[in-house]
Design a protein around this ligand. Sequence first.
Ligand code: HH2
Length: 421
Amino acid sequence: MTTWRQLLPDLGGRTLVMGVLNATPDSFADGPDRGRGLDPGWAVERARAMVEEGADLIDLGAESTRPGAAAVPEEEELRRLLPVLRAVLRARLGVPVSVDTYKARVAEAAVEAGAAAVNDVSGLERDPAMAATLARLGVPAVLAHGGGRGGRAPDAPPPVPGEVGAPVARWRLELDRIFRHALEAGIEPGAILLDPGIGFGKGAEENLVLLARLEEVMPPGIPFLVGASRKGTIGRLLHEPPEARLEGSLALAVLAARAGAAAVRVHDVGPTVRALRVADAVRAAGRGAGAARGGGGGETGAAGLELRGLLFYGRHGARAYEREGLHPFRVDVRLALEAGRPAGDRLGDSVDYGAVARLVRGVVEGEPVNLIESLAARIGRALVARFAGQGVRGLEVRVHKPEAPLHHPFEDVAATWRWPA
Ligand code: HH2
């Protein structure tokens, strides 16, 4: 199976840019260009211009996903898509082309024609055949949250009665579920880019909260893409039509990059590439300064190590059904090192956090226990047994159960274990 990093080697370095190409008569954001992408000749020139402006990949869609758009039958979608896809591929523009579709048959035909990736706004939800099809095709995929249910009116009340404010925990769970669904279908973790789905099934206020809290919403360790370009969220703030939302789109691309997005999906490629070049330079400088502060240890003081949000699946729980399927557990580990640690700047002078993560994984994926308190204790004892002799003088383990069997919306259920007690 091809991974995203094989397709886009810069993934995880700078923020990558996916350029939007619509072979549709009704895409919300295309302004005076609406419908022109149905013409293969025009589409090739548009794609070429985006690549010249710095696009890392082109995303070709033949069905609008805007709220209220009419569903397009498979045959019609293929009739629009394939001639444009073939023409763009024939032009050998030097970047991969993904196809924006939630239909397995369309994805399959597009990959057979040469598409390198699939962008499913429904996160495998809308077409039950999509997950297995992607696993079989072996191409990487963008899996978005919320695009499977049809758009909700921007000012509609929250979908869960009484769920006012931020449904952050729910989005996070649903994204975890999308990821797990993909893994269970046989898609490799490295072939998945998650997407919070700005504007998909979310009200106006919710989209702002989602953008503000991306770092909490997106499962750690899984690269994600954000598509906010020209969307209604910007229109409602600036009162401009989609083709005049450049500044708003740039602001959101920069905020997404700041929150750790691996890629953004945009209409205005050149300005976005330039804005991100600056934003990425600031981010990189921040990382450098942090490294300089944290590095070169061994002179005085004691360092600590922290791993947060390690995600593993296990069968722990007191109810019989919890033993039947895998469910997620998130683990935070904090290790306090003895004074004078790390003794030098080599891996052997400190605790190898990869080894910590592997040990936690072994316990979570191992023999089930009833209580998360027991799970936290089991992880803690295993860590003490392994690392106490390597300069660790204290540790704290926190186990979160994001799918705890509670019949109320909740933020978190967690248990903590400390050593020394
Ligand atoms: N947004 C749109 C379409 N596809 N795919 C992903 N992964 N993420 C998004 O946010 C996303 C998407 C909507 O933009 P556009 O393609 O310009 O409009 P339309 O759906 O009306 O064609």
